[in-house]
Ligand binder design. Structure first.
Ligand code: 13P
Length: 251
């Protein structure tokens, strides 16, 4: 059966000392709490090695928020999937709407990033989701379908079964607006049906699909109660150990 996961995406927040403090606080709470999901923190690149070497990554896994679409070489400022893996991180968030919107990451670029992550034994947490205008035009299904077809449906069944998906409606990110549990369930079920069509029922049933967008301790339980919502990708509420743990314990 598929895993339940709660993953934090710290985005561009916390300096190294603050990040380490937050990671340790989450790890400590996890040591003292029985949880029913896998827990991951997505830190800025520069924190990865220190955090992964300081905490017990069997209790709290560490993720990057991006990696390069090239293997190595003269790409000033980039960080490769192999470098991310060498820090002790196990996951990488790819295709986040902020990277698509502000850094012009196309379907093809993301396709390369996913392949390189997998080659380096990193688990991609691949994000998809529509913007407000697309939701208002009732185009959310075609948008997520195109995003999947554009960047991950090229994968072999074996590779596809290694990835985690995150549905993040862009209109719900950092806005305080959350998809209703019904809206989340409806589109998660649709995403799972697309996976079943492409890779068969077994792989579809085993794929973890996270919800992201203004998820907080007060709404996590209702969202996670849906049969096709397997956890969350958490932004703002991942920046305080107490809030993040409030979501983790919603399972
Ligand atoms: P918020 O939880 O701050 O809305 O961010 C969600 C997100 O983008 C996680 O990747």
């Amino acid at each position: 059966m598929r895993k339940n996961i709660v993953a934090g995406n710290w985005k561009m927040n916390k300096n190294l000392a603050e990040g380490l403090e937050l990671a340790k606080a989450v790890e400590q709470s996890l040591q003292n709490t029985k949880v029913n999901c896998e827990v991951i923190i997505g830190t800025p690149f520069i924190h990865l090695a220190t955090v992964a070497q300081t905490i017990d990554t069997s209790v709290l896994k560490v993720s990057a928020q991006n990696c390069a679409d090239k293997v190595s070489g003269a790409y000033t400022g980039e960080v490769s999937a192999a470098m991310v893996a060498s820090t002790g991180a196990s996951h990488v968030i790819l295709g986040h709407s902020e990277r698509r919107a502000y850094y012009h990451e196309t379907y093809d670029i993301l396709k390369e990033k996913v392949l390189l992550a997998l080659e380096n034994n990193l688990t991609p947490i691949f994000c998809i989701g529509e913007v407000k205008e697309e939701r208002e035009a009732n185009k959310q299904n075609e948008v997520v379908k195109a995003q999947l077809e554009g960047s991950v449906f090229n994968l072999s069944a074996e590779d596809f079964s290694k990835i985690v998906l995150a549905y993040e409606p862009v209109w719900a990110i950092g806005t305080g607006l959350t998809a209703t549990p019904q809206q989340a369930q409806e589109i998660h079920a649709y995403i799972r049906s697309l996976i079943a069509e492409k890779y068969g029922n077994e792989i579809a049933e085993n794929t973890t699909i996270l919800y992201g967008g203004s998820c907080k301790p007060s709404n996590a339980k209702e969202l996670f109660a849906n049969p096709d919502v397997d956890g969350g990708l958490i932004g703002g509420a991942a920046l305080k150990a107490e809030d993040f743990m409030g979501i983790v314990t919603a399972f």
